[in-house]
Design a protein around this ligand. Structure first.
Ligand SMILES: NC(=O)c1ccc[n+]([C@@H]2O[C@H](COP(=O)([O-])OP(=O)(O)OC[C@H]3O[C@@H](n4cnc5c(N)ncnc54)[C@H](O)[C@@H]3O)[C@@H](O)[C@H]2O)c1
Length: 317
């Protein structure tokens, strides 16, 4: 069975991907420094003989043994988290990525980098294909993440071009679902928490800005296909759901599903906040045969059910 190293394995996508790969019978080595991930996310895997975990900061060290695959998910991902960890975010996307690439190089492992739609910045082209170079403010507050990920992509391609390392880059668009930290600060956990605890829902701007949300089971399947398919060495592929929704529409849907009053508080838009986000997934469809299958309303229902359990257990007064 394949041996895979998942860096950032105790985070939102890492937890879901671990479960998916363990179900396929893979041997999963997970490492995480818990900067934004949580030990409780991976607790349920601890008794699985195919699961191994080590607390580790990839900027300082990586496990030195042979893996067939290395998946790098390690990086704060939400604006709230990366703005509170600016230097750590830049370091994990530079030194951390380099350490994993050296490991991939040494043992001839295939390397998958989780990049982001944020490399497109505030895009001037819709939807965004992989050939679009982006519109990023290199000195704005979000640059720690956007430019960090652009560097991560660049160094990944440098290892591919100059060392022949087998690499693939996934540009992940907004993903949601169970195990996304309720205090993560991103739209869906934020709105879910506010609606479930009777607080006003905070909408930045007038709520007409759009995002495209991909349910996590679809994302995990896309990452898996990008990892295992042959002849994709050096490919950069958008993974996301092109079903574009306005932020206000998301708030309305959450209130409707939970049957709560639409009590909204409007706040100014943060600096450099992208106004539109929608992936062009033609390449993923062609090369991976992948497209998202879970409808937004269905994914939202499943996610809200999970958050209501979490909030009941953790915030019970
Ligand atoms: N969730 C999304 O919508 C989304 C969108 C675009 C890109 N991504 C990318 O996917 C990856 C996973 O995102 P997520 O939503 O699961 O975020 P997350 O914050 O839940 O998970 C990231 C994990 O990386 C760990 N980590 C951070 N720095 C580390 C370090 N130095 N050493 C070891 N572990 C470290 C964190 O503790 C956390 O468990 C990230 O690289 C992110 O940039 C996610």
């Amino acid at each position: 069975m394949p041996k895979v190293l998942i860096a950032g394995g105790a985070g939102f996508i890492g937890t879901n991907l671990t479960e998916y790969l363990l179900n396929k019978g893979w041997e999963v080595f997970s490492i995480d420094n818990f900067s934004t991930g949580k030990p409780e996310n991976i607790k349920r895997f601890m008794h699985d003989p195919n699961f191994h975990f080590e607390e580790m900061d990839i900027c300082k060290d990586v496990p030195h043994h042979k893996f067939d695959y290395i998946i790098n998910l390690a990086s704060p991902a939400s604006p709230k988290k990366y703005l509170s960890l600016p230097v750590e975010t830049m370091m994990v996307n530079s030194v951390g990525v380099m350490n994993l690439l050296n490991l991939a190089d040494e043992y001839k492992a295939r390397f998958l980098l989780a990049s982001t739609s944020e490399v497109y910045g505030d895009p001037t082209l819709h939807p965004q294909p992989e050939t679009y170079w982006g519109n990023v403010n290199p000195v704005g507050p979000r640059s720690v993440y956007d430019e960090g990920k652009r560097f991560a992509e660049a160094i990944t391609m440098a290892y591919h071009r100059y060392n022949g390392t087998d690499v693939r880059i996934a540009r992940i668009f907004n993903t949601y679902g169970p195990y996304m930290d309720v205090e993560d600060g991103r739209i869906i956990p934020n709105f879910a928490y506010q609606a479930l605890t009777g607080k006003p829902i905070t909408i930045y701007g007038d709520g007409s800005q759009t995002r495209s949300f991909c349910y996590v089971s679809d994302m995990v399947e896309g990452l898996y296909l990008l990892l295992i398919k042959d002849n994709l060495d050096g490919e950069v592929i958008n993974l996301g759901n092109p079903d574009e929704r306005s932020v206000k529409e998301v708030a309305d849907l959450i209130c409707d599903i939970l049957n709560v009053e639409k009590n909204y508080k409007y706040l100014p838009l943060p600096q450099d906040d992208p106004k539109r986000r929608k992936p062009d997934i033609t390449k993923a469809k062609t090369l991976l045969g992948w497209y998202p299958k879970v409808k937004f309303e269905d994914g939202l229902r499943r996610t809200l059910k999970w958050y209501s359990e979490i909030i009941k257990n953790s915030y019970a007064r």
